[in-house]
Design a protein around this ligand. Structure first.
Ligand code: SAM
Length: 268
């Protein structure tokens, strides 16, 4: 049983914190354990606004997927490092605008599949695959991915809130490039990531690395490099709230608003 009264699924290790469950804590979810809440407690001591940051990330996810469906005409998505199901998941946002949109969620934490199964049971255009996104070759050969993704048509490749969990020696840029190489012109990369654009970034990175094992805060220039020679969609790579906001932002950005940057780019 989880410590919040629901059964723990096979393969879920409750003795170690998990990125997916820690993110669930920050989002105010219930699919987490004491160890995850303890880790988040450490992070909140340094940046108490983390829940706001997670909310900005979920909000740009909605705005970005809506853009991809409604303006870029994308009908199929690979959501890499998708996280536990929460509110306004990619398939819900995409299928609201285009009911035929297809979404493959990919995450290496078995808890995502355990909880995703229940959510997706009646949605034939959506699936969850348990796999490590650092192995693009096997994901791009996975039959369940091919069941929903037609690689001759443009694909929305989502690396939202995930590349900061890859260390530099895991070469996040090559990982992103491998997915983009497999999709045709007109496909898009949608990326958000921790950004070293505020004074506490180094201290927060140290805490993430010591308690969770991952959490790189990269400069805007480093993050821009992940887009390679793709064509940036306006307004480019910016702090999350500045990406096509629903209402104008007329104040200096706070640390919470600067903590992550994101953007969308199109494969020529
Ligand atoms: N994309 C969602 C969002 O932005 O709201 C969730 C982001 S959550 C912070 C990161 C997710 O990536 C977690 O669910 C974690 O399990 C997953 N993850 C971390 N490393 C991964 C890897 N190597 N392969 C696949 N998933 C990974």
């Amino acid at each position: 049983m989880t410590d919040q009264g629901r059964p723990a699924s096979a393969g879920i290790d409750t003795s170690k914190p998990s990125i997916a469950r820690a993110y669930d804590v920050v989002l105010g979810g219930k699919d987490n354990f004491a160890i995850d809440r303890a880790v988040v407690g450490e992070m909140l001591k340094i940046v108490p606004q983390l829940p706001e940051v997670a909310a900005y990330n979920r909000q740009i996810l909605s705005r970005g997927v809506r853009y991809l469906v409604e303006e870029a005409g994308i009908r199929q998505f690979m959501d890499l490092g998708s996280g536990l199901p929460t509110r306004e998941n990619t398939h819900q946002v995409a299928q609201r605008s285009a009911p035929d949109a297809r979404v493959v969620y990919i995450d290496n934490d078995p808890i995502v599949l355990a909880h995703g199964r229940a959510l997706l049971v009646e949605n034939e255009n959506t699936t969850v695959v348990t796999a490590d996104l650092r192995d693009p070759e096997s994901i791009l050969a996975n039959p369940e991915v091919h069941r929903l993704i037609d690689f001759s048509q443009p694909v929305g490749v989502l690396l939202v809130g995930i590349l900061h969990h890859l260390h530099d020696d895991e070469d996040p840029q090559s990982v992103a490039e491998a997915y983009l190489a497999a999709v045709p012109s007109g496909s898009h990369l949608f990326m958000t990531s921790f950004c070293a654009s505020f004074p506490e970034a180094a201290e927060l990175e140290e805490t993430y690395l010591s308690v969770l094992g991952t959490g790189r805060f990269r400069t805007l220039e480093e993050l821009q490099g992940f887009f390679g020679d793709l064509e940036m969609v306006e307004p480019g790579l910016v702090p999350l709230p500045q990406w096509r906001p629903e209402s104008p932002i007329d104040h200096d950005l706070t640390v919470a608003e600067l903590l992550m940057a994101g953007g969308i780019a199109r494969k020529r």
